[in-house]
Design a protein around this ligand. Sequence first.
Ligand code: FAD
Length: 454
Amino acid sequence: MSIGAYILSEYIPAKPLVGNLELCFTGEEHTQIDASAQLRCGEVLKFPFARTDSKPRSVVIKGSKVLVAADKETETKRVVELTLESSFGYQPGDTIGVVPSNNSEIVERLLHRLQLSEQADTTCHLKLSLNCAKKSAKLPAHIPSATSPREILTHCLSLNFVPQKQLLSALSGFTSNEQERGFLACLSSKQATEHYNSLILEKGLVFMEILDLCENCRPPLCFLAEHLPRLLPRPYSIANSPLETGGQVLRIIYSLLNHKPGVTTRMLEELVKQINTQQPANVVIYPRLNNAFRYTEQDLGSNQILIAVGTGLAPFLGFLAHKEKLISQQPQREKGHSWLYIGAKTPEAILKRDQLKAWHKSTVLERLRMCHSRGDSPGYVQEMMAEDSEDLVKFLIKHDTVIYVCADGAKISQSIANGLCLCLQKVLHLTEEEASRQLMELKAHGKYREDVWL
Ligand SMILES: Cc1cc2nc3c(=O)[nH]c(=O)nc-3n(C[C@H](O)[C@H](O)[C@H](O)COP(=O)(O)OP(=O)(O)OC[C@H]3O[C@@H](n4cnc5c(N)ncnc54)[C@H](O)[C@@H]3O)c2cc1C
């Protein structure tokens, strides 16, 4: 890509962000480089949606299993199941936060760019600069008081975020190359909004990719520490029942975007390679606050319609495993009916198909509907719902039926909601408006619960 093509003849750069911090080195080697950097920041640093009864901690990844192999032709994502050590109570549908770290090669490259390779592991701390003019300037809470450049870039700062115009404008001041300066300054301007939209918002160029385009741009680390966002934990759904494992371990399932893996999933892929080697395969996790998207012992007597696409099946694997265990432990209890609608790119990409079929044969799953969107006789979940609309709506309006939707994409979630509206329209003879009002009511009364991931 030629950055010169994005420089307009006239533009006014956005007001640049200014730096208010300094980085001070002590000269000692920093030995504590592990995934716990954010854990050393003390109580002031909050972990999003963290439960108060258990702190984030490093746990061992005990095992991994590839559930689906990546396939370029059908754009099928690689899907992996991880077994993690667990020390907290949970129910199927609950989620954990996984604290990510940036890829070591990317960090090494950035250290080199910032001319910090030799001091990468030297102890340092941040402080407000003496001539700091901004009254509200403060030290970032997500960087420990004693740290190192490598630790800051690996564990504390996000490098894959959408850069704002003021940041681009500031970056233009950190390059000695005229074309790069013009590109960054112009991209930050109002006049180049079209370029900003196409490159940053549509093409999705993130901070590191912008730096890669401007190889002479060397922002000081103290500036990055102040203005780059915190590297935030990502949520993952627990995909098993505590009754299966005695609660000592838990399982999560992640999918990997083949052409551009995300920060956490890339880290998990690297850690998987370390299982059963000399290097420990540890990851920092914590339990997140639970909500109504869960299946507990109390739900055994009620009905569920489970609708999932792709890896969105993960929490429902936990729901159904839990139901199976509860049935075998309490055979005398009355049990409700569960239906599952699942869609994936190919039949092979439907997670744990054999297990689903076994549950369908037993009393765990009353109805199992599977479809795939690629290859022979393709279909979508909404189409299966439309085919079943009479039964589906009758089942849904029973007082103890709850519909759970889990999809790895907001668009898919919306299509499923639209599909349900069409079923309501057809069966209950409603107008489009009445059906969407009915859906809102279902949501408000907790009869329609959804988990949208991305
Ligand atoms: C409540 C909740 C539960 C979740 N449970 C799971 C779960 O059980 N399993 C699971 O795999 N994910 C789950 N997610 C999504 C997960 O939290 C991450 O967003 C996802 O794994 C990507 O994280 P990353 O750090 O690798 O990517 P990032 O670095 O955050 O990726 C940047 C961008 O790349 C794209 N991207 C990256 N990876 C993928 C992918 N695999 N598919 C599509 N787009 C992608 C997205 O557009 C994303 O915004 C859940 C999300 C929520 C909100």
